[in-house]
Design a protein. Sequence first.
Length: 477
Amino acid sequence: MPEATAVTDRHPTAGRPDGPRRPPAMVYAVAAVSALGGLLFGYDTGIISGALLHLREDLALSSREQEIVVSVILLGAMAGALLSGRAAVRHGRRKVVIAVAVVFAVGAVAAALAPDVTTLVAARFVLGLAVGGASNMVPVYIAEMAPAEIRGRLMVLFQLMVAIGQLIAYLCGWALNGSGGWRVMFALAVVPAVALAVGMTLLPESPRWLVEQGRREEAVRTLRRLRPAGADVAGEVAGIAAVLADGPADGGSWRHLRARRLRPALLIAVGIAAFSQLTGINAVVYYAPTILDDAGFGDSVALLTGIGIGAMLVVAGVVGALAVDKAGRRRTMLWFLPGSALAMGVLAVAFAGSTDSAAQRWTVIVALFVYILCNGIGMQAVVWLIGPEILPLRVRGPATSLSTLSLWGFDLLIAMTALTAINAVGRSGTFLVYALMNVACIVFVALKVPETKGRSLESIERALHSPLPFRKALERN
C-alpha cells in the first residue's frame, strides 16, 4: 500500500459533505459495560489503602507483611496479564472479560472471609489474576470495537472507571472505618463483578478477532451494529483482512515479538507502561493514608485526604477523556507531566522538615492533589490507550500482555519498596526519586512517542512497515 495512505488514513467519514455521523448507541454500551472491569480494577487495588489502617491491627502485620498484602495482587496481575493475552487469541476478547468477572467475584468473597493473613494473601493473588486480565483485555476490546474518531475517549472511559473505583474504595474505607470493616470493603466488589459478567454476555465479539478467525460475515454484522448507517463496513473488514495478510500466519506467538519492525511500537508501549508506575502514582494511591498517618496527620485526616485523592483521580479521568481526542495523546502528556514532576518535587521539599505546622501540612495535601490531577491526566489517561492502539493486530494479544506485564511488574516494585524506601531514605528522598522519574518520562515522550489521535488501527499498523522512523511515518501529513 502506498506510504501516503499509511499515514493519512483518518476518519472514514471525514470527507463527506455532512461530516462524521453519530455512532450508534451500541458503541457506548460496549464501552460502558466492559469498562466495569476498570471499576473493579480500581476498587480492588484502591480498597487496600483504607483497609490497611485496621487490617494491620486486626492481623498484627509488620511493615513487610503490609507490603506483601498490598503487593501480592500485583503479582497476580502479572500472571493474569500473561494468561489473558494468550487466551484472548484463542477464545476471543469477550469470553476472557466474562471469565475475568467471575474470578473477580471469587477473589472478593475469599478475601472477605479470610480467617488469617495467609488466606488473605491467597485471595488477593486471585483478585490480581482478574485485575491483570481486566487491565490487559478491556482496553483491547474497546479499541477494536470503537470508531477511530472517538476511540480515545471511549478507551479512557476505562481509566475513568478505574478512578471511580478507587474513589468508591476510599469512600468505603472512610465509611467502614473500624475493626472488621475491611471484610465488608472486600465483599462489596462482588456487585460490579456480577454486573460485568451479565452485561458482557449481551455484547458482541470483537470484529477484528472475528476476521482473524475467518468469520468475516459475522464481523460485518457486528460492525453494522457499531458504525453509523451508510458507513463502509465492508471496506473496514477488507482493511482488517489486508493487515492480517501482511502479518505472520501463526499470529499470537511470542516469538514474533522479536521482529525488528515491532521494536518501535513495543518500546513505546512498554516504556509508557513502566513510567506510569515509576512516576509514583500507586505509591500515593496505596500508601497515602498510611504515610500521612505515620507523619502525624491522624487517621481521620489521612482517610479524608484519601477521599480527596480519589476525587482528583475522577476529575483527571474526565479531563483526560476529553483531552486525548481534542488535544491528542502526545500533547496531553507533554502538557501535564511537568506539573506532575513539580508537585512531586514540592512534596519532597515539604517532607524534608517537620510537618507540625498547619502551613506545611496544607502544602503536603495540596501538592498531593495537584500531583494526582496532573499525573492522572498526563499519564494514567494515556497508558491504557497507547498500547492497544500502536501494537499490531496479529500479535496484539501477547504484545499487550508484555506491556501490561511491564506495568504490573513496576507497580509491584513500587508497592514492595515504598515503605521500605521511606524507612531507609525518608519521605523526602523517596518523593525526590519519583520527581526525577517524572522528568525522565517527559524526555521519553518528547523523543519517542508519536501522535495517534484520529488514526485507524490499521493505518497505525501500516506505519510500522514504512522505511521512515515510526513516529515520522505516523505523523507525516
